[in-house]
Design a protein around this ligand. Structure first.
Ligand SMILES: [Fe+2]
Ligand SMILES: [Fe+2]
Length: 142
């Protein structure tokens, strides 16, 4: 069943960059998976840890790529965007450490993941769409 708390990706969420769109789609899928795992009682700790690791891993790659493109395109709100990314990555690594020590607060995790997933694309990324959709030609080969 579709989890309505996590937005379903649709072309209206496209930031005009195929790689970033693909990462957003995967992040939303990972978010849905994580919610369904932590809401299983008792939740499967190892699977939750692996799902969190996948989420941390992709979030790091995604944030780095977005930030690089925003920087290449001289986005004026780059530093705020970086702070938003970092706050979420810090929360994820906190959950990962909680999961590793069996002190994961599933309620907080669900709240943070749901909030981030429903805001990240529409409120953080879409407003800077113009700076995400293309890379300067001189650096396009990277
Ligand atoms: Fe993003
Ligand atoms: Fe972003």
């Amino acid at each position: 069943m579709t989890d309505l708390r996590i937005p379903k990706w649709s072309p209206k969420l496209s930031v005009g960059n195929a790689k970033l769109d693909e990462q957003h789609i995967t992040l939303l899928q990972l978010g849905r998976r994580l919610l369904s795992l932590v809401e299983t009682a008792p939740y499967p700790k190892d699977q939750v840890r692996v799902a969190l690791l996948d989420m941390v891993d992709l979030s790091c790659k995604h944030d780095a790529l977005e930030e690089q493109i925003l920087e290449d395109n001289a986005c004026p709100t780059l530093s705020e965007h970086k702070l938003e990314h970092k706050a979420y990555r810090d929360a994820l690594t906190g959950f990962l450490s909680g999961a590793s020590h069996n002190i994961l607060d599933a309620t907080v995790l669900v709240r943070v993941i749901t909030e981030w997933m429903s805001h990240h694309i529409s409120e953080n990324d879409l407003p800077v769409r113009e700076y995400l959709k293309m890379r300067p030609k001189a650096k396009a080969g990277r």
